[in-house]
Ligand binder design. Structure first.
Ligand code: GAL
Length: 658
């Protein structure tokens, strides 16, 4: 049944069978509808090569089913067992320093190892044969948080084979990478190294594509085994780590049915403008609602202070996730194992088997999910604003930051924060995604361009879209070579400007215009107007290093039926907010006003009804002015237009009554 799901990761293999019924009773009391099982259970499922023990899993699923709790099954491949590693030592990854990774943690495999692939196919096939058609298994998770990059000889040979396909000839590769530089010309594919430490930028970018391809193949191997046995209604996902950067998440998500991710705060507290970007990113992997496959029940064990979330903070977070498109929330994990690396991690039930204080909050969330499931489940987020996320641009910048303070994700978040504070829905999507339906597109540091990207942006503006180009844009091609033009290269015609020089900044410098008198830090570009008739300078640099003094910093240019903004400097928050407000006005996007710690988000039901999620993310009471009379579906209360008091961490799920 389609519903808003709630649950946790459960490891019945850690406990005697006699205990399971009590755990399931407690789960039921917390309104669980789903648990995830088996994603690290390889040694229990296959204790020796080819010998499978599935009865315990069968029994656990059956007991859960009796209580109406569905199951997501994990393929256990992130935890290759000791016997496998002993028999097939080449299945272990090699790190950058040439050391074979030791057994004793997880994800210790080489993603390209043929021995490992055979073992993976065998266990996944056996699980799919046994559970693929199980009526209570509603979905599958492949592996767990792909993350390791392997540098073994086999991977090197595979990388060379990959390059051969990508480039065709060594002449082509040598030209694209300018290998004559520092005498790097290759005369044999076998000479090409893996990028250990700084390397040729072309080779480094190609390697990230290779890592992406490696994980995609590994995932495909499992998908093929699963799909041979799964009915169409059973989905397959992987639990990604939001901004993790070793591979292209769009490429991997393309093969999956559903996107999901694992959300942890670590130390400190929830920052909704940061996590909002992460949820919107994951929703953008497939441009559909997603699952929150793991999240933090109170505290974690791997951060600096591992403090607990405040009472009711997790509830606000749960609804924030739903507001951004989550259709399920699972805590990691149900009960603390008596031994193993994660003894101190937060759970719902402690080592004694008794509910922790946090359990009560989980129970409340589970109850609320159950009560509004039907209202919420088919609704979706509809955004008029898109932020483009480009892995190639991010990698190209990360390889050569130029200014250590220049972090691609932070810069993207800088744009996200200033937009999202206006309570407008935002999609974070691939730089290669279609742009129909958007009014405003922001392209933070879109360094790498190709013809299709340029054409898509040009068409978007031509049709009347508002496009924001920023710093470090249009500098490179897909081989990480500089374009033989001034930035933004082929976008200059749209922008009405070109970049004469970039300046990495030691100190903040003044940026002044009619809208704001502010400053920029980290990065500033000197823009030159190309002489188009209606190009307008919105802000200029103040006196600083002489080169930038009085030069254009922010420019807007009409193009086709739309406008292109070029923001050449990393503005401080206040000026950024003012500029964003101006851009929103120009795009006819109306902010929804709330106090800064109160978030308002909308999901739309198929019948057009708008669901408003109003969340107070602070420990202080806030007052928010309701623009219309509403019903709150979490409490059943009705409120008139006017001030509404929100207690600390309050959540309201509203529909309009007028
Ligand atoms: C996740 C992982 C879980 C658990 C959790 C602890 O990254 O997928 O298995 O280790 O972290 O916070």
């Amino acid at each position: 049944m389609k519903r808003l799901h709630f649950g946790a990761a459960w490891y019945p293999e850690h406990w005697p069978v006699e205990r399971w019924a009590e755990d399931i009773r407690l789960m039921k009391e917390a309104h669980f509808t789903v648990v995830r099982l088996a994603e690290f259970a390889w040694s229990t499922l296959e204790p020796a090569e080819g010998e499978f023990r599935f009865e315990w899993l069968e029994q656990a699923i059956a007991l859960l089913a009796q209580s109406g709790i569905s199951v997501v099954l994990g393929t256990p491949t992130a935890a290759p067992p000791a016997w496998l590693v002993q028999t097939y030592p080449q299945s272990l990854a090699v790190d950058e320093y040439g050391r074979r990774v030791q057994f004793g943690n997880r994800c210790h495999y080489c993603v390209n190892s043929p021995d490992f692939h055979r073992a993976v196919q065998r266990i996944v096939r056996a699980m799919a044969e046994r559970f693929g058609n199980h009526p209570h298994v509603i979905g599958w998770q492949i592996d767990n948080e792909y993350n390791r990059v392997c540098y073994c000889e086999h991977c090197q040979a595979e990388f060379q084979a990959f390059l051969r396909v990508e480039y065709g000839t060594l002449d082509e590769l040598n030209t694209r990478w300018t290998t004559a530089y520092w005498s790097q010309t290759y005369s044999d594919w076998a000479q090409i190294p893996l990028p250990i430490g700084p390397h040729n930028p072309g080779l480094m970018l190609a390697f990230r594509r290779f890592v992406t391809r490696s994980y995609r193949n590994f995932q495909k191997l499992q998908l093929d085994e699963l799909r041979a046995h799964l009915p169409a209604s059973v989905w397959v996902t992987h639990n990604f780590m939001n901004w993790f950067g070793a591979f292209d998440h769009y490429a991997l998500s393309a093969d999956l049915d559903l996107a999901s991710w694992d959300w942890y705060i670590g130390s400190g507290h929830h920052d909704h403008l940061r996590s909002g970007a992460a949820h919107d990113l994951v929703r953008g992997y497939k441009r559909r609602n997603f699952w929150l496959m793991e999240t933090q029940p109170g505290h974690v064990n791997w951060s600096n202070t591992n403090n607990a979330l405040n009472k009711m903070e997790a509830r606000a977070m749960a609804w924030h996730a739903v507001a951004h498109g989550a259709d399920a929330l699972l805590y990691w994990q149900w009960r603390s194992a008596l031994n193993g690396q994660e003894q101190y991690h937060g759970t719902l039930v402690d080592q004694s088997g008794q509910p922790r204080p946090f359990y009560e909050e989980a129970q409340l969330i589970g109850d609320e999910f159950a009560r509004v499931s039907e209202l919420v489940i088919d609704s979706f987020v509809q955004a008029k604003i898109a932020i483009l996320n480009c892995y190639e641009s991010r990698w190209a910048i990360e390889f050569q930051r130029h200014n250590n303070a220049f972090d691609y994700v932070s810069y993207l978040e800088h744009w996200y924060r200033s937009l999202s504070a206006n309570n407008l829905e935002i999609d974070v999507i691939s730089a290669d995604a279609a742009l129909e339906g958007y009014k405003l597109v922001i392209a933070p540091a879109l360094m790498v361009l190709d013809e299709q990207r340029v054409q898509r942006l040009r068409d978007f503006v031509q049709r009347g879209g508002r496009l924001v180009l920023t710093l470090r844009t249009g500098l490179k091609d897909r081989h990480n070579a500089l374009l033989a033009s001034r930035p933004p290269g082929p976008l200059a015609e749209l922008a009405g400007v070109e970049v004469e020089e970039y300046y990495s900044l030691e100190h903040p410098i003044p940026v002044e215009g009619k809208l704001f008198q502010g400053s920029a830090s980290v990065w500033a570009e000197r823009l030159r107007l190309l002489g188009q008739p209606f190009t307008t300078v919105m802000a200029r640099y103040g006196a600083c290093n002489g080169w930038l003094d009085d030069q254009p910093a922010v420019v807007v240019n009409p193009f086709g039926a739309g406008f292109v903004y070029t923001v050449g400097a990393w503005l401080e928050d206040r000026s950024q907010e003012i500029l964003v407000r101006q851009i929103l006005r120009n795009a006819e996007l109306k902010p929804f006003e709330t106090p800064p710690t109160v978030e308002a988000r909308t999901r739309i039901r198929p019948d057009g009804t708008r669901l408003y999620f109003i969340i107070n993310h602070s420990r202080q009471e806030q007052t928010f002015t309701l623009p219309w009379p509403v019903t709150d579906h979490l409490t059943g209360q009705e409120f008139a237009q006017g001030p509404l008091t929100l207690y600390p961490y309050a959540v309201a799920l509203l529909t309009r009554r007028d």
